[in-house]
Design a protein around this ligand. Structure first.
Ligand SMILES: C[S@@+](CC[C@H](N)C(=O)[O-])C[C@H]1O[C@@H](n2cnc3c(N)ncnc32)[C@H](O)[C@@H]1O
Length: 264
């Protein structure tokens, strides 16, 4: 299935001030989608559309040129398609693996690094966790804060500008339930995992490269973490046509290695 046309660079202008207590929605027309906040004015080649403050999923809205858009509730995978991109965002499948393998849920305290686009951080916020996430690139961190507003999780995800490795001593008193790391220097954080995590807490490290993954695994063993295991996160797409059904002949795309370990 082809991906929907992405419109996250659309000419949109917020006239609503603070929107953190209202839910963003998707405006959909065919394969075109816009992620907007209630109260926003959206400008497109199909005309200008005023998004009502009390906009509800299921409604149909019209631009001033009487072009229709359907209102749809934002769901997790939409973050990947509509957030402004900086650091390579985690694909929905891998977000699911991180959340599934660590059990992240309501009330958990999570330390995340690096924020990047913020797809993983926002997804964990939407699952009910309180997330502290570090991004060492100040411009990326600014974009991530805007993405958290867009994703409706600005109150749940604290985007901090800085290098997480420099902050470890300050963070050790915080007792996190889960650490999620998507950085080349993740092993430096994993070495401190026993001091950062509650008993039974998880660390999840995502890396596209086997070299840094091996370093993480060795560091996790040295730190006496339990249940250390790594899997490549691969899926094969299936193809159904008139001739029959089989795995797609397109190459299986590598995204990353996911290492999970537990503090015991
Ligand atoms: C691959 S992106 C993370 C993507 C993110 N998981 C998502 O789903 O959108 C990695 C980010 O980590 C940041 N980074 C790398 N090392 C870091 C560190 N030690 N502290 C904070 N941020 C770091 C990079 O600047 C980059 O933006």
């Amino acid at each position: 299935m082809s991906e929907p046309e992405r419109e996250h660079d659309a000419d949109t202008e917020s006239e609503a001030g603070d929107t953190t207590d209202r839910n963003p929605v998707l405006l959909v027309r065919g394969d075109r989608e816009f992620l907007v906040q209630p109260g926003e004015e959206m400008g497109t080649d199909l005309g200008v559309l005023e998004v009502p403050d009390d906009v509800e999923p299921g409604q149909t809205l019209e631009t001033h040129l009487e072009e229709e858009f359907h209102v749809r509730r934002l769901r997790g995978p939409d973050l990947f398609h509509h957030f402004e991109r900086t650091g390579a965002p985690m694909v929905p499948r891998d977000v699911g693996l991180v959340i599934g393998e660590t059990g992240i849920s309501r009330g958990d305290h999570v330390l995340d690094a690096g924020t990047g686009t913020g797809v993983l951080a926002a997804s964990m916020g939407r699952a009910g966790a309180e997330v502290v996430t570090y991004e060492r690139d100040a411009d990326f961190a600014d974009v991530a804060r805007e993405n958290m507003e867009l994703g409706g999780v600005a109150d749940d995800v604290d985007v901090r500008t800085g290098d997480v490795v420099d902050e470890l001593e300050n963070l050790e008193s915080s007792s996190f339930d889960v650490l999620t790391l998507d950085t080349g220097d993740a092993a430096d954080v994993v070495a401190h995992a026993p001091d950062l995590l509650v008993d039974g807490g998880f660390v999840a490290v995502y890396s596209p490269f086997i070299e840094s993954t091996r370093e993480v695994v060795e560091t996790a063993h040295e730190a006496d973490l339990a249940n250390v295991r790594t899997r490549e996160t691969i899926q094969r797409e299936m193809q159904f046509d008139d001739r029959g059904s089989r795995p797609s002949t397109a190459p299986v795309g590598h995204t990353g290695y996911l290492t999970i370990a537990r503090n015991e």
